[in-house]
Design a protein around this ligand. Structure first.
Ligand code: NAD
Length: 480
């Protein structure tokens, strides 16, 4: 082990930046701590404007070659990256779990296979990408998707490698080069992935990783005049800062932001299913942007729903995320825990009642919490907590359910539990959300548009929408 590497459960990770196909150190470092037990994992390179500039320069230099690489060859390399990820699923899973505290079994079986799938999907989609030519008074119109140039990708800590590759894969497939700035609370899999992708044959400079803080490395990247796209997943306040930087350079930017999504449970719903859907919202210790954290239940079944929910939620096992039997792991950071507890204590002081939880657990764990007696205009109903905290409100009819559901500044997702297909159609039609699930949750297909309305985001990625964003579309008109 050198001063530039750390080892997590036997897996070695280089903690320097990855710029132009080289590991690059910084003068400064920051400490990476595991949420599992607060242990120090190691020191990570702390990027500054100098490394940000070097990474953009490397991405610029690599761009013409990668953009000119035939589609079939780009797709072949992206499939090779997917193959390499599949061979390292165990290593990536172990590192990610130590770094962000999410369940090891989820990483092994769901998240990391999905990382590989991100590359396969966009590689395949690239090969078939096209638009039928059309005629205008005998002239032929031909639409092409030209790569845009260096793209800056800024990602959060709640699903680090999954969210990073959801952007990297389409950006690279489109023929762009990228600079990724992962979140400072979960930097490791980005670095490990850069090495895996390079070994799989991704040319130098096509993918660059700059580690560091948002206000330093992140800000320098999004402000750089040579950047052609910015894709951001994270919080609303950061999005506003990045939007201003993007505006200064007139750079198209995509924003995938927070949510306060509702789960509407009608009296005609399969109640066991509805309870399962509600309990599922504690996944990843509630650190899921799409989580339906506001449970809205038809008044006539609220008591029975609450009884069954309490029984089921109380059986959840909270503990070490490496343990196969654990359902809920720790929260990412002590600062996040304090934030979560602040929301809950203020809600309790304002008259909310904790049906379950309502307090911190041991170490970096927060007790799964359900709060009732909450006012629609209260902070706990209006603001994203990003922890295992749900609220429960009741409604008397469809109109009230829809009104409550839509009454926040967000619009990321919504879930409807009902046994009546006509009602499902009426309600989903009126909901403001980028994704609506009926009698299910978290069923996601990469072909679908993904993003949020209102303060939950700007733009959509996924399927062809990703290529629309990461490309400069060109129409060529040829005379007969
Ligand atoms: P955050 O906004 O604090 O940080 C996200 C990233 O932005 C980090 O990498 C950070 O270093 C960087 N950053 C911070 N300031 C910056 C600046 N001035 N310039 C450039 N980069 C900067 O968010 P977070 O706490 O890491 O993530 C949680 C948030 O992300 C929640 O609101 C959650 O809902 C949201 N999220 C949304 C989605 C989605 O797809 N809609 C998915 C996951 C998470």
């Amino acid at each position: 082990m050198s001063e530039h590497t750390l080892t997590v459960a036997g897996v070695t990770v280089d903690t320097r930046h990855w710029i132009g196909g080289e590991h690059v150190a910084s003068a400064g470092t920051f400490v990476d701590v595991s949420p599992i037990d607060g242990s120090v994992l190691g020191e990570i390179a702390r990027g500054t404007a100098a490394e940000a500039s070097a990474a953009v320069a490397a991405a610029r230099a690599a761009f013409p070659g990668w953009a000119a690489t035939p589609r079939a060859e780009r797709a072949r390399i992206l499939h090779a990256v997917a193959d390499a990820v599949e061979k390292r699923i165990e290593d990536l899973s172990i590192v990610e779990t130590h770094d962000n505290g999410a369940l090891l079994r989820s990483h092994r079986r769901g998240v990391m296979p999905r990382v590989a799938h991100n590359f396969r999907f966009f590689a395949d989609r690239l090969v078939g990408l096209g638009h039928d030519d059309f005629d205008t008074r005998g002239h032929t119109n031909h639409v092409s998707w030209d790569p845009a140039g260096p793209c800056v990708l800024i990602t959060p800590w709640n699903a680090p490698l999954m969210l990073a590759t959801w952007k990297i894969a389409p950006a690279l497939a489109a023929g762009n080069t990228v600079i990724l700035k992962p979140a400072e609370w979960s930097p490791l899999t980005a670095s490990l992935f850069a090495d895996i992708a390079a070994e799989a044959g991704l040319p130098a400079g096509v993918l660059n990783v700059v580690q560091g803080y948002g206000a330093e490395a992140g800000n320098a990247l999004v402000s750089h005049p040579d950047v052609r796209r910015i894709s951001f997943t994270g919080s609303v306040p950061t999005a506003k800062t990045i939007a201003a930087a993007a505006a200064a350079n007139l750079v198209p930017a995509s924003f995938e932001l927070g949510g306060k999504s509702p789960l509407l449970v009608f009296a005609d719903a399969d109640l066991d299913l509805a309870v399962d859907l509600a309990v599922e919202q504690y996944d990843n210790a509630g650190q899921v942007c799409l989580a339906a954290t506001r449970i809205l239940v038809e008044e006539t079944i609220a008591q029975e729903f609450t009884r069954r929910f309490t029984e089921k939620a109380s059986a959840l096992r909270q503990g070490d995320p490496r343990d196969e039997t654990t359902d809920i792991g720790p929260n990412i950071h002590t600062r996040q825990l304090e934030k979560i507890d602040g929301f809950v204590q203020r809600a309790l002081a304002a008259g909310a009642r904790a049906v379950i939880g309502g307090r911190r657990g041991e170490g970096q764990y927060y007790a799964p919490t359900l709060l009732t007696d909450v006012a629609q205009d209260s902070e706990i109903v209006q603001e994203e907590v990003f922890g295992p905290v749900l609220t429960l409100q009741t409604f008397t009819d469809e109109d009230e359910a829809v009104r409550l559901a839509n009454d926040t500044r967000f619009g990321l997702a919504a879930t409807v539990a009902t046994g009546d297909r006509g009602r499902a159609a009426r309600v989903t039609d009126r909901l403001v959300a980028g994704t609506v699930w009926v009698n299910c949750f978290f069923v996601r297909d990469l072909q679908a548009p993904f993003g949020g309305s209102r303060h939950s985001g700007v733009g959509r990625e996924g399927g062809t929408w990703s290529f629309d964003f990461y490309c400069d579309l060109k129409n060529t008109v040829t005379a007969p």
